[in-house]
Design a protein around this ligand. Structure first.
Ligand SMILES: CC(C)(COP(=O)(O)OP(=O)(O)OC[C@H]1O[C@@H](n2cnc3c(N)ncnc32)[C@H](O)[C@@H]1OP(=O)(O)O)[C@@H](O)C(=O)NCCC(=O)NCCS
Length: 214
């Protein structure tokens, strides 16, 4: 599969390594608005994001992947490009454990040693980061980031745009409202309203952070 990577920051490096382990996939382009010219080097194209359209016309089987950790930015790029959902590839590291009864959306990634257990649903353009766990019957929305070592226990609902910090734990049957942020290391024992920042053990809402989806 030919893949164009959108974004050239730290998260993108991890994606590059993941793809390099898969013999059938090949990165043919890196697009980022910090690149001003369009050029080819060592058989890889580089250019600003709007060149995605040009490359898609050149390679009809091309898949895209947005390799940017910031949830709002991924959503903004999807809205801007207006490609059909199936144009985005879903990436699963060979060490990830994925239940056959789970479903993973377009443009999402399961990183090394992550787990998605039975009957869980993962939305589109969502990051299930290194060694994180999504337990059975959980629902994770679009543009979510579950950071390294975070754990969603059973039947947790994580709405669109949420960022769960590294090592945080959410106990069963709770809902994390859209575009909220859970601090690193938090233990969430109550549902969290939308657009909130919650930190600590047990997690308490610090303040509303006002960031809505774009
Ligand atoms: C929660 C978080 C988003 C808050 O960031 P922020 O809005 O810049 O907040 P500040 O650093 O100004 O801290 C605000 C308050 O929350 C506290 N706080 C911040 N993060 C905390 C955390 N993880 N646990 C406990 N308290 C925390 C601060 O001590 C401060 O307390 P005070 O008001 O009593 O002084 C951030 O600290 C965090 O934990 N991010 C997760 C990062 C992560 O896991 N990234 C993974 C990338 S792969």
């Amino acid at each position: 599969m030919k893949i164009a990577i959108i974004g050239q920051g730290g998260h993108s490096k991890v994606i590059r390594d993941l793809i390099s382990f898969n013999q059938h996939d090949q990165i043919i382009a890196y697009l980022d608005d910090k690149i001003t010219d369009f050029y080819q080097r060592d058989n890889i194209y580089f250019g600003p994001i709007f060149y995605a359209e040009f490359l898609k016309n050149m390679f009809h089987d091309l898949k895209l992947f947005i390799a940017i950790g910031h949830n709002q930015t991924r959503k903004a790029i999807v809205n801007r490009l207006q490609f059909p959902a199936e144009n985005y590839i879903t990436l699963i590291h060979k060490t990830a454990i994925v239940s056959p009864s789970s479903k993973i959306g377009h443009g999402s990634i399961l990183m090394a040693h992550s787990t998605v257990n039975a009957d869980s649903l993962i939305g589109e353009h969502t990051i299930i980061n290194t060694s994180s766990v999504v337990e059975h019957d959980s629902r994770v929305g679009d543009f979510v980031h579950i950071s390294p070592n975070a754990t969603l226990t059973g039947s947790v609902q994580v709405e669109d745009g949420v960022h769960i910090g590294a090592g945080a734990t959410v106990i069963p049957n709770l809902t994390i409202g859209e575009w909220s942020v859970i601090g690193a290391g938090a233990t969430v024992i109550d549902s969290i309203p939308a657009s909130s920042i919650a930190v600590g053990v047990p997690a308490r809402v610090k303040n509303k952070h006002m960031t809505e989806g774009v």
